[in-house]
Design a binder for this molecule. Structure first.
Ligand SMILES: [Fe+2]
Ligand SMILES: [Fe+2]
Length: 278
């Protein structure tokens, strides 16, 4: 499906919709100056002016932004607020925290986006495993954004099926490659974030080639498909409708995430206690 800029704006509900964007999308947009371009596009639209053709930065221009920021782009949302200012004191976690507790108390910047994505996947009749993968696909970005597909898969590997892990790990690489057979096109957001002339590094290309031939190709592809359109400001989704799917497909440790001695328990503790200096 062709995503034109105007239709994208309309789908956000205009200026008000842009304000209500989930934090992940807003942070990405701010980083790449997308917001100002959206606002001027809205203003141009309101005044009836023809909109100029979209101009995306080059890779060199994106690289030039690095030294304008007090943080590196890969750092997680929980660690550095993208809106500037100081961090806020976090609510304490329960003694034996569940996945739902993390959604409610720690995934403040990613929850809206992944809940909308899972909601869309459910509406589109996806399997419960794909719905779960959509629900979990980006939450690791609370602590780390670079290679978030791999980080995310690792965070969930002890608790979900191999298929769900596969979908989470590889959605990241598939996002760079169109698949017209399922209506997936290269996202305009990536032209903003990475530069119009960006070419994914060899490990992403090699991963794509491997996954493309894999019998589970459609699992991460469906995460990418339901990811792309998961920015509807008019939809407020809570974790409650997904508790059944979590109950059936997520092995919640009785000691609580972070207390279970799994190989990734420290990652959950880091999310629970991001203010620990060591
Ligand atoms: Fe992602
Ligand atoms: Fe996403």
């Amino acid at each position: 499906m062709e995503i034109d800029h105007k239709a994208f704006l309309d789908s956000l509900g205009g200026a008000e919709g842009v304000k209500r964007l989930d934090d992940e999308a807003r942070a990405d947009a701010l980083e790449s100056h997308m917001m100002s371009e959206l606002n001027s596009a809205i203003a141009a639209k309101k005044s009836g002016e023809a909109q100029p053709p979209k101009k995306y930065p080059t890779v060199a221009e994106v690289e030039a932004q690095i030294e304008t920021r007090p943080y590196r782009a890969g750092v997680g949302f929980l660690m550095v607020p993208r809106t500037g200012g100081n961090v806020k004191r976090l609510a304490p976690m329960p003694a034996n925290p569940t996945l739902a507790d993390f959604f409610k108390l720690r995934f403040a910047d990613t929850a809206n986006h992944v809940l909308q994505s899972a909601n869309l996947a459910k509406k589109n009749g996806m399997s419960e495993e794909i719905v779960l993968a959509c629900l979990l696909h980006d939450v690791v970005q609370e602590i780390m954004r670079t290679d978030h597909g791999w980080w995310g898969a690792q965070l969930f590997e002890p608790y979900v099926s191999e298929k769900v892990t596969f979908a989470i790990r590889y959605h990241q690489a598939l996002r760079y490659y169109a698949d017209p057979s399922v209506g997936y096109e290269y996202p305009d957001l990536y032209r903003e974030l990475f530069g119009a002339d960006y070419v994914p590094p060899p490990y992403i290309e090699a991963t794509y080639q491997m996954v493309r031939k894999h019998k589970w190709y459609m699992e991460p592809r469906m995460v990418a498909v339901n990811d792309l359109y998961a920015f509807d400001p008019n939809v407020v989704v809570t974790i409650e409708p997904f508790l059944d799917i979590i109950g059936r497909h997520f092995k919640q440790p009785k000691e609580g995430l972070g207390n279970d001695g799994s190989p990734v328990a420290h990652m959950w503790r880091t999310i629970s206690r991001p203010d620990q200096p060591l």
